[in-house]
Design a protein around this ligand. Structure first.
Ligand SMILES: [Zn+2]
Length: 175
């Protein structure tokens, strides 16, 4: 797991201390399906920091890594970033590949996909419908959950989280 840390600027409204060494970005190095396929399939697969092409029981699956951002109520540590994987169809992957080195690639239309990592939320996150928004070169695409979704992760993306919650997420992932 990739990890980036930072210190909160202000006292926490929940526990009245200043959180330091907070995790600002947490990343999965591969889609969960990577661990589920056979050793032989992994040998046939392609995994880079940004893209995963994975044979799985006779079908080829396509994944792209993106950033799912949660706004934080502290300016020093916003946003919190889940650096995670999204499954897209073959046509979308072709479109992404074709525009990868295009200086105007941020103009690519948003692509539909499904979250492909389980995150520490009460309800499953794997399989959640998302939109992938390509950004300028050097920036991972943005992952947006459906506006109407009532999933806790979607609510956090919409409404933001506290520095205290950022501290909690960091602890959850250390277990
Ligand atoms: Zn706190």
């Amino acid at each position: 797991m990739a990890r980036v840390t930072g210190d909160a600027l202000t006292l926490c409204g929940v526990c009245n201390r200043r959180h330091t060494n907070l995790t600002r970005l947490l990343g999965a190095s591969a889609p969960d399906a990577w661990l589920a396929v056979s050793e032989g399939e992994r040998l046939e697969a392609e995994l880079t920091p940004d893209v995963c092409i994975l044979p799985d029981n006779g079908v080829i699956r396509h994944f792209i890594r993106g950033h799912l951002q949660l706004p934080v109520d502290d300016p020093a540590i916003t946003p919190f970033v889940w650096s995670i994987w999204v499954e897209v169809d073959e046509e979308s992957m072709r479109l992404i590949a074709r525009h990868w080195s295009d200086p105007n690639r941020a103009a690519t239309r948003p692509l539909d996909g499904q979250l492909s990592n389980e995150l520490p939320y009460p309800e499953p996150t794997k399989g959640l419908a998302v939109e992938v928004h390509t950004r300028d070169m050097g920036q991972a695409p943005l992952i947006m959950l459906a506006r109407g979704s009532r999933h806790a992760l979607a609510v956090e993306q919409r409404e933001g989280i506290t520095a205290h919650r950022v501290a909690e997420l960091g602890e959850l992932l250390q277990r």
